[in-house]
Ligand binder design. Sequence first.
Ligand code: SAM
Length: 261
Amino acid sequence: MSKPTHDGKFRANKALGQHFLVSEKAIRTIAEAIPVGESAIEIGPGPGAITTSVLARVSQLTIIEKDDRFAQFWQEKTNEYPNLKVAHGDVMEVLSDVVATDNPQWIVGNLPYNISGPLTALLASFSLSGGMVLMYQKEVGQRITAESGTKIYGGLSVLVRHFYEPKKLIVLPPGAFNPPPKVHSMVIRLLPHGRAPKCSYEALQKTVRQGFAHRRKTIYNQFRGQLTQEDYLSIGIDPKKRPEQLDYDDWVRITLKLGKV
Ligand code: SAM
């Protein structure tokens, strides 16, 4: 099995957020979070820092890559790796179809930082039996794993908790990548918590989007005209609270009260 080169052969394209992972420890941590014999999707394999290690473990891997060079590179590798499939395209456009077709247990990726917000909102909508291992810019990883009551807690912190329990695995300095980004990075793991959701993900997403639109407003004012003070009291929520003070269960109760199920 030849290991693809990370540098030299492929020049990093900044517009596609390309910072290639070179830290062996990080590569091991990410790959070993996926149990041997399970199936996965990798988002943005690039020249393959994570891909080769993951391919050696999984029963089936589908890679999603927008960059023509890497899509072609991995397409040519499908003879060498019978458990590899290639989806060439923008992850935001093809991910739902690939998940529906492949029904993977895991999703893994050193994600392109420029689309990490909308991509995470999409990822969190899939209920996978295994989970996800994802690399983010450190600040985004902190926001996703944040607990309610903290300043950095936001919509993504709520959405990932619909199906998953988020956990920080490691923080990496810029030198773990080539070329080095300006910021630190964080690998997080999402494992299914196994509790059946009481509302749909789409309904929760609508509530959260509206509810966090103005962080300084009280929750009562965010939904003024839709929910009364009594509505909040009937679901055990103080209407004077601000969005970052509400935990996942509070957001679900608001969603149900709004009648968005
Ligand atoms: N996995 C490699 C690594 O860890 O060294 C590369 C990670 S690099 C941070 C992000 C990867 O995502 C690149 O390969 C880039 O081409 C790809 N990418 C960027 N935007 C994308 C998009 N919208 N859809 C699919 N892949 C994308």
